[in-house]
Design a protein around this ligand. Structure first.
Ligand code: MRU
Length: 359
């Protein structure tokens, strides 16, 4: 599959590299992140982005902190890593994968520290580092497998020749593997489904234009870029048969936060009688959030609306802005939630509880 050439995150020989997504599509450059602060900055500035990818980058950030540790004993090591965890957790608030991955790293560290046993500090230091890297690699492997499984399940909901509307970027750039919402598109491409994908540009940061269009074109998928405000027209024209999006955090009642603009698309899909499918690996489900109201929504700088991607400023100096990066799609607007463990349909609270309890 051509997407395998896209590696948004690589950890090789103890060094962490990410594909700098702020430079795409013009430039394909992998940059090295050398410290926890580098990883925090890369997540904040969306050099690495997309819920599963953010989680994986943070896990490797913990590995970087572990390798750089100057501690002389387990207690000092755990203290340093706890500080690293705090710094990484403060990078972005909405994607729960960040906290889920950091939680896994901390839990692994506790188990390793408890079972550290005898031997000198140098040996123990090696064992702790190896164990943490193994945990990060499991997060990667599980993420890749989840994407494949969601791809198969998602493909089962679609028919050859369909027009598919997607928002933001939930593809190979956003996750280890073939992505979440774009996973069925990649599998369909291999199997001759002939999908026609419509990519919302995704204001204000243009993940659809810069990233989704780039990665789908690279894989030879038939993709058409539209402005966010054109979705209703595309639906009315009969160009769209289903809407596929990713998710940054799903509450246990099925409300899902995703890139700003997703909720509007879901409402449009309902108005036009089209299915709206949200692709949500279980690592993106937050069982502690009862509803979408419990999901923290990131507010970003208004400069992203006024000037970031323009040659010159496009709004009056001093204009007030409101720039939430995500919105919550209420569960009543979602047709089905695709996870790697199965497809949940309404009532979602029951379906999600079953999936989360299963295996
Ligand atoms: O702000 P971003 O680019 O990190 O937002 C990403 C999204 O909204 C994706 O749809 C979501 O993370 C799912 S990615 C598999």
């Amino acid at each position: 599959m051509k997407t395998s050439a896209i590696r948004p995150i690589a950890f090789e020989g103890g060094r962490l590299f990410v594909l700098d997504q702020t430079l795409l599509p013009g430039e394909e450059r992998h940059i090295e992140l050398k410290s926890v602060e580098d990883v925090r900055e890369a997540i904040r500035s969306l050099r690495v982005r997309g819920a599963p990818a953010i989680g994986l980058a943070a896990a490797y950030g913990v590995c970087l902190a572990a390798r750089a540790s100057r501690a002389r004993d387990v207690e000092g090591f755990c203290r340093e890593l706890s500080e690293a965890r705090e710094r990484l957790a403060g990078s972005r608030p909405t994607a729960v994968n960040l906290f889920q991955a950091l939680g896994r790293m901390v839990a692994r560290l506790s188990r390793l520290a408890e079972g550290a046993g005898g031997g000198g500090w140098a040996d123990m230091f090696e064992r702790l580092n190896e164990g943490l890297l193994l945990e990060a690699e499991s997060i990667r492997a599980e993420g890749e497998a989840a994407c494949l499984a969601m791809g198969e399940l998602g493909l089962g909901l679609l028919k050859p020749g369909m027009g598919l509307l997607t928002h933001c970027n939930a593809g190979a750039l956003a996750a280890p593997g073939i992505g979440t919402a774009l996973a069925p598109v990649y599998l369909g491409q291999e199997r001759g489904y002939g999908f026609r994908v419509f990519a919302d540009e995704t204001r204000p940061l243009l993940q659809g234009a810069r990233l989704t269009a780039w990665e789908l074109m690279r894989a030879g998928v038939d993709v058409t870029l539209i402005c966010d405000g054109m979705a209703a027209a595309a639906m009315r024209e009969g160009l769209v048969d289903a809407v596929l999006t990713g998710c940054d955090r799903l509450a246990r009642n099925g409300d899902g936060a995703n890139k700003i603009g997703t909720a509007g698309l879901a409402a449009l899909a309902k108005a036009y009688g089209l299915p709206f499918y949200m692709f949500v690996p279980t690592s993106t489900i937050d069982m502690a959030a009862a509803t979408g109201g419990d999901i923290p929504i990131e507010l970003r700088d208004g400069g992203e609306i006024c000037e970031l991607w323009y040659g010159r400023r496009m709004a009056p100096e001093g204009v007030k802005t409101w720039n939430p990066a995500f919105d919550v799609t209420e569960h009543g607007l979602i047709t089905a939630i695709v996870t790697e463990k199965g497809v949940a349909r309404p009532p979602f609270d029951r379906g999600i509880a079953e999936l989360m309890g299963a295996g």
